[in-house]
Design a protein around this ligand. Structure first.
Ligand SMILES: Cc1ncc(C[n+]2csc(CCOP(=O)(O)OP(=O)(O)O)c2C)c(N)n1
Ligand code: SF4
Ligand SMILES: [Mg+2]
Length: 272
C-alpha cells in the first residue's frame, strides 16, 4: 500500500473524511484497479461533483477536476470528446449522481459515452448533514425525514441499465476486493460503465439509523447483499430482500465518441 500511496496519492493530509467513513475504502479500490490495469497517469482524468465523496479526486495524483454539484458528467463528456485517448473516470455521490445530477446521469447512459462513473452510495447527503437522497432507503431516517423517508429509493443499477448504460455493477466497502475488480472491468469496458459502491457514512446516515459504529454499517452490507453467483444457485424466495452485488449487466453497443467522430468526418466531406 505504501508504494500505491506514493505513486497515486497527492501529499495532501489531513483529509476531510470522518473517522470510519467508507470513502477511503472506495477510493483505494479505484486506485488498486488503476494500478492493476497499469493506466498512464498522464492519460487518466478523474472528475467529480460536490460532496464528501467528490473530494476524492483532490487526493489523487492524476489530472483531476472538482466541478459543480451534479455536473461532473457534462465536464467529463467534454474531456472525453476532446481527448478520446484518455481514460475518464467520474466520482459522484448518490445525491450528486441521482438528485441534482440525475438528468446528466440518464443522458450520459443513453449516449453510451466511454466514461466510468463510480457512485459512492452512502444513502444520504453526507456533506450537508444528512438530508435524504433518492437512494435513501424507504423509511430510513434523515434530517429532512425525522419520522422516516416515505419516498421509495431508486435502484441505481436498474436506473442505469434502463437509461442505456452498457456496463452496470455493484459492490460494497465490505467486499473491497470485489469492488476493485469490478472497477477495473468497468474501466476496460468500451461505453458508459456504472459501478455503485455501497459505502458507509457513520456520521450523517449511521447515527440517525442505529448504525453509528462503522462496523455496524459494514455488517449491514455483509448481511443484506448476495453475489450474483450465489443468488443463481438459490430460488427467488431465498434471495428476496437481498441486494445483488457483482456484474449486473454488460452489453456491446456503439460508443458515442466513435460515432461522433464519424459524423465529423462526414461533415468535413469524407465518407462515413
Ligand atoms: C447547486 C448546489 N446545490 C446544493 C449544494 C449543497 N450540497 C453540497 S454537497 C450536497 C449533497 C452531497 O450528497 P452526495 O452527493 O450524496 O455526496 P456525499 O456528501 O454523501 O458523499 C449538497 C446538497 C451545492 N454545493 N451546490
Ligand atoms: S459525513 Fe459521512 S460521508 Fe462525509 S466524511 Fe463524514 S462519514 Fe464520510
Ligand atoms: Mg451521499
Amino acid at each position: 500500500m505504501e508504494e500505491l500511496l506514493k505513486k497515486y496519492y497527492r501529499p495532501k493530509l489531513p483529509h476531510m473524511w470522518c473517522p470510519g467513513c467508507g470513502n477511503g475504502i472506495v477510493t483505494a479500490a479505484i486506485v488498486k484497479a488503476i494500478d492493476k490495469l497499469g493506466l498512464d497517469q498522464d492519460k487518466t482524468t478523474i472528475v467529480s461533483g460536490i460532496g464528501c465523496s467528490s473530494r476524492a479526486p483532490g487526493y489523487l495524483h492524476f489530472d483531476t477536476l472538482h466541478t459543480a454539484h451534479g455536473r461532473a458528467l457534462p465536464f467529463a463528456t467534454g474531456i472525453k470528446l476532446a481527448k478520446p485517448d484518455h481514460k475518464v473516470i467520474v466520482i459522484s455521490g448518490d445525491g450528486d449522481a441521482t438528485a441534482i445530477g440525475g438528468n446528466h446521469f440518464i443522458h450520459a447512459a443513453r449516449r453510451n459515452i466511454d466514461i466510468t462513473l463510480i457512485v459512492y452510495n452512502n444513502n444520504i447527503y453526507g456533506m450537508t448533514g444528512g438530508q435524504y437522497s433518492p437512494l435513501t432507503p424507504h423509511m430510513a431516517k434523515a434530517t429532512t425525514a425525522p419520522y422516516g423517508n416515505v419516498d421509495r429509493a431508486f435502484d441505481l443499477a436498474q436506473l442505469a441499465k434502463g437509461a442505456g448504460a452498457t456496463f452496470v455493477a455493484r459492490s460494497t466497502t465490505y467486499h473491497a476486493k470485489q469492488l476493485s475488480e469490478l472497477v477495473a472491468k468497468a474501466i476496460l469496458h468500451e461505453g458508459f460503465s456504472v459501478v455503485e459502491a455501497m459505502t458507509g457514512c457513520p456520521i450523517s446516515f449511521g447515527r440517525q439509523n442505529k448504525m453509528a459504529k462503522p462496523a455496524a454499517l459494514l455488517a449491514w452490507q455483509r448481511d443484506n447483499t448476495i453475489t450474483v453467483e450465489a443468488a443463481a444457485k438459490l430460488n427467488p424466495e431465498q434471495v428476496a430482500g437481498k441486494i445483488l452485488i457483482g456484474l449486473l449487466h454488460e452489453e456491446a453497443a456503439p460508443e458515442y465518441v466513435t460515432e461522433y467522430a464519424k459524423v465529423i468526418k462526414q461533415a468535413m466531406g469524407g465518407e462515413r
